[in-house]
Design a protein around this ligand. Structure first.
Ligand code: ZN
Length: 100
């Protein structure tokens, strides 16, 4: 049994705020607490240029679904968030979007 055991490493996935494609994951040893969906400038294989990418940690409350929610509802402009994530969700709900 034990040979199937593998220590799960924390890693971060990155999603491009410009094109929405997935970037290169980074394994992190220590988890510094950052706000959910932290933005980081990385090279996007799809855009072929550096873009702000959203960091999604393997153990984060902020998920890929959250990213696409923001992406598809136009919360990113020129690599920046228009509204902070919590505020964005609040506004979506006010507009009648049901997240539950
Ligand atoms: Zn891109």
């Amino acid at each position: 049994m034990s040979k199937f055991y593998r220590k799960i490493q924390e890693y971060s996935n990155f999603y491009c705020t410009c094109c929405g494609s997935k970037g290169i994951p980074i394994v992190r040893k220590t988890s510094k607490q950052k706000e959910p969906g932290h933005l980081k400038k990385l090279y996007c294989l799809n855009c072929k240029t550096e873009q702000n990418m959203v960091e999604i940690k393997s153990n984060s409350k902020y998920t890929v679904e959250d990213f696409y929610l923001e992406f598809e509802n136009g919360n990113f402009l020129n690599g920046q968030r228009i509204l902070p994530f919590k505020q964005f969700l609040k506004q979506l709900k006010e507009r009648g979007y049901n997240n539950e």
